[in-house]
Design a protein around this ligand. Structure first.
Ligand SMILES: C[S@@+](CC[C@H](N)C(=O)[O-])C[C@H]1O[C@@H](n2cnc3c(N)ncnc32)[C@H](O)[C@@H]1O
Length: 272
C-alpha cells in the first residue's frame, strides 16, 4: 500500500515537474541550494548542475530525486530480504539517490556504493559518508564511454573491493542499461562472487524479446534523444538471461517494463 501511494505521488510529481520544466525552461527547486548541495527535508541532495547527466529531467526536481530513492528503499525488505545489518552493495551508486532513500527509510545501513564516475563518488563521500559513516563510497576506474570515458580499467580487470560471499543485497539501478556487453559479463561474474548463497541481486535493464542480442541507442525505442554513446544499451532477453546464468545467477523474478522509467525492466536474481 505504502509503495502504491509513493508510486502515485511520484507519478504526479514527475508530470508536474516535467510540465513546469517545459513551461519555464527551468527545473523546480523546493530546497535551498547551497554551495555543493541542495537541502531537501533535512537531507543533502546533489546540486542540479551535477544531476544533469542522470537519467533525464525528472530527476532534477528535488522531490522526485528524493522520493524515487525512498521508493527504491521500500523494495528492500519485501523483495530483497533486507533486515537491519544486511550488507548492501550498490554498484553504479551515482549521486547517492538510493543511498539517500535507504538513509531516510532505515537510518544507518551497512552500505557500500561503487561508481565509475569520480565526481559522483566525491560528492557522495563529502555529503553522505562524512555525515553517515555506515555509508561508504569507492571509485572504480572502469571505462564507460558515457560516465567515465578516460577510465583505466576494462572488463577483464574488474575486481570489486568486496569479499567473496559477503553481500546480502547487490543493487544496480540503471547500470546495465548503459554498459557494453563485455562489462555486463564481467559484472555478472563479480556479483556471483560477492553475493552470499542466500543473497539477492536486483538490477534494471533494457530487455526485450525478438531483438538482436545487443543494440546501442536503438531507434524510436525511448522517448528521449540518444545523442551520446551508451545512452541506451538494449539486450535481448535470451542473451542477458543466459549470460547471467552462465555466471551462476538465476532469474528469480522478471518485471518487464516494471519501473517508472520508460522501457526499463526489473530483474531479481538469486545465486544458482
Ligand atoms: C543512470 S546512473 C544510475 C545511478 C544510480 N544507480 C541511481 O539509481 O540513481 C548510472 C551510474 O552507473 C555508473 N557506472 C557506469 N558504468 C559503471 C561501471 N562500469 N562501474 C561502476 N559504475 C558505473 C555511472 O557512473 C552512473 O553513476
Amino acid at each position: 500500500m505504502r509503495q502504491l501511494i509513493l508510486k502515485f505521488v511520484l507519478r504526479v510529481l514527475r508530470s508536474v515537474g516535467l510540465r513546469v520544466h517545459q513551461l519555464t525552461g527551468r527545473t523546480q527547486d523546493e530546497g535551498i541550494e547551497r554551495s555543493g548541495f541542495a537541502l531537501h527535508r533535512g537531507y543533502r541532495l546533489p546540486p542540479r548542475s551535477l544531476r544533469g547527466r542522470m537519467c533525464g529531467d525528472a530527476f532534477r526536481t528535488n522531490s522526485f530525486f528524493f522520493l524515487s530513492g525512498v521508493l527504491e528503499a521500500t523494495k528492500f525488505p519485501q523483495r530483497l530480504g533486507y533486515t537491519q545489518g544486511s550488507r548492501v552493495v550498490d554498484i553504479g551508486s551515482g549521486l547517492g539517490r538510493v543511498a539517500t532513500g535507504l538513509l531516510a527509510e532505515f537510518g544507518d545501513v551497512h552500505y557500500l556504493g561503487i561508481d565509475a564516475n569520480e565526481d559522483f563518488v566525491c560528492w557522495c563521500k563529502d555529503n553522505i559518508e562524512s555525515r553517515h559513516p555506515s555509508f561508504r563510497f569507492v571509485h572504480l576506474d572502469m571505462a564507460n564511454e558515457l560516465y567515465n570515458p578516460a577510465g583505466a580499467l576494462d572488463g577483464s580487470e574488474l575486481r570489486l573491493p568486496v569479499d567473496d560471499d559477503s553481500a546480502d543485497i547487490v543493487y544496480l539501478w540503471g547500470v546495465f542499461s548503459n554498459m557494453v556487453p563485455a562489462h555486463v559479463e564481467a559484472y555478472a561474474g563479480e556479483i556471483a562472487r560477492i553475493l552470499r548463497p542466500q543473497g539477492r541481486c536486483f538490477l534494471t535493464a533494457f530487455v526485450e524479446d525478438g531483438v538482436p542480442d545487443v543494440t546501442f541507442n536503438p531507434t524510436d525505442y525511448v522517448p528521449y534523444a540518444c545523442n551520446e554513446p551508451l545512452t541506451v544499451v538494449r539486450y535481448s532477453r535470451p542473451w542477458l538471461f543466459s549470460t547471467l546464468q552462465r555466471h551462476g545467477l538465476q532469474v528469480a523474478d522478471f518485471r518487464h517494463h516494471g519501473t517508472m522509467f520508460p522501457m526499463h525492466s526489473e530483474i531479481y536474481l538469486a545465486k544458482a
